[in-house]
Design a protein around this ligand. Sequence first.
Ligand code: SF4
Length: 255
Amino acid sequence: MLDFNHTSSFAERVNETIDAALTAENAARIPRDYLGGSRLGHACERALQFEITHAPKDEGQDFSGQLLRIFAIGHGLEELAIRWLRGAGFELYTQKGNHPDGGQFGFFIADGRIRGHVDGIISAGPEGFSLAAPALWECKTMNAKNWRACVKDGVTKSKPVYAAQIAVYQAYMEASVPGISAAPAVFTAINKDTAELYHELVPFDAELAQRMSDRGVRILQATDAGELLPRVAANRDFFECRFCSWAERCWNLPT
Ligand code: SF4
């Protein structure tokens, strides 16, 4: 018999069913066998090695339904940002060619072992902006605290991993979109809590791009040689380690 008095239990059951479907869908995805350009700025090289070799995550560290929903909401908000920027007069391309199946813009280097997909390319801004183009467009969603830090300090200081991604993408996209590294990238951050938007022009940082590119090569070479790169920290309480999906595995190793 249906129990109409227990709405919370109904909600829980629906959510469990949704999350089971989401986690099953995620588990069926073929895992990346390359180093994502967006990951190159991650603080720990060893964590990136665990990631690209698909080392099993510690117990309870697989993506939960909630985390998968957070990712999906981020993608949904990015679609809205595209619509808002286009509505404001930015010529923003997110697919190659005019066809929706044209594929995302991206790069494929080191025999495809380092790859990235860009959120978009701006070919012109609205009148009065004198925007240099073509410009890389990167969009991120953040909670209010991170968004405020980004507005206050800028993306390079508040989110170095995003700054590294932008620099790497500008460098690697130059071959297919000539001039993209000469124009500052347009970075958009969406405050998920308040719907406020922040935009920043990020000039190309060639030194950062080179450093990240060298890092990618070093990670791939060490992984191929079966060599584990050093930990990012000397003790397990370090911020990155506390949130790392391989902390047990990592700190149980002798070095
Ligand atoms: S636990 Fe810390 S040192 Fe080990 S892989 Fe993770 S982030 Fe790196």
